[in-house]
Write a protein that binds this ligand. Structure first.
Ligand code: HPA
Length: 234
């Protein structure tokens, strides 16, 4: 099957796909955690791999940064490659004094000023949910692994470099505990196509305290998030 952005043989992609933003992160996950790995996509270097985790099948593919990019890849995976579930695994900035660096967040809702859902399917809501049943499964896995999960609403922003980031209003009035740039489009596509979507995030920086993480420290926290997501393998 060929789409404009994914060139993969039929059946090469598992029904569950984990999506980090960075395609090299997808490669790292495949190399580090999966066995019997086969690469299924290299169009635009947006690498995708399928392998097994503890004998169960799962795929991992980069989404790129921002809603237009994850919008394209998630739509094609759901619509043309038989994918049922996509879990974004990414990083976020914290808007909340209670959300610290390296914490793991399960996103229950995405709030966005983006026109993505309006343009894509005439959806006027600024808040879109992830899939509740999938979230319950992920919470159960985290509990079994003894990893603490923070849950809540995230801000999906179109802009990383804001001149006046008024995050207080987004925290106080919209209830957003942090910020990233992809969930809203992913959740929209899942809803429109009748599929499942979730998003796990590791806090990489804080707009409250202005702390940032080092690459090495991020890796450890990232492993917690990965262990949860990989348990979804079928
Ligand atoms: N803004 C947007 N996306 C992000 C951030 C941020 O501060 N940190 C990690 N992803």
């Amino acid at each position: 099957m060929n789409t404009p952005h994914i060139n993969a043989p039929d059946g090469a992609i598992a029904s569950i796909v984990l999506m980090p933003g960075d395609p090299l992160r997808a490669k790292y996950i495949a190399d580090t955690f999966l066995e019997d790995v086969v690469q299924f996509n290299e169009v635009r270097n947006m690498f995708g791999f399928t392998g097994t985790y503890h004998g169960r099948r799962i795929s991992v593919m980069g989404s790129g940064m921002g809603m237009p990019s994850i919008g394209i890849y998630s739509y094609e995976l759901y619509k043309f490659f038989g994918v049922n579930t996509i879990v974004r695994i990414g990083s976020c900035g914290s808007y909340s004094p209670d959300l610290n660096l390296y914490d793991t967040v399960l996103v229950e809702e995405a709030y966005s000023e983006s026109s993505y859902a309006q343009v894509q399917s005439n959806e006027s809501s600024k808040v879109l949910p992830s899939t509740p049943a999938l979230n319950e499964t992920l919470k159960g896995i985290a509990k079994n692994l003894d990893i603490e999960l923070h849950t809540g609403r995230i801000h999906s922003s179109d802009v990383f470099y804001r001149e006046n980031p008024d995050f207080q209003a987004l925290f106080n009035e919209q209830g957003c505990i942090g910020v990233e740039m992809e969930s809203f489009a992913l959740f929209n596509n899942a809803r429109v196509l009748g599929k499942n979507a979730a998003c796990l995030l590791t806090v990489s920086d804080s707009l409250v305290t202005h702390e940032v993480t080092t690459a090495e420290e991020r890796q450890t926290a990232f492993t917690n998030m990965m262990k949860i997501a990989l348990e979804l393998a079928e």
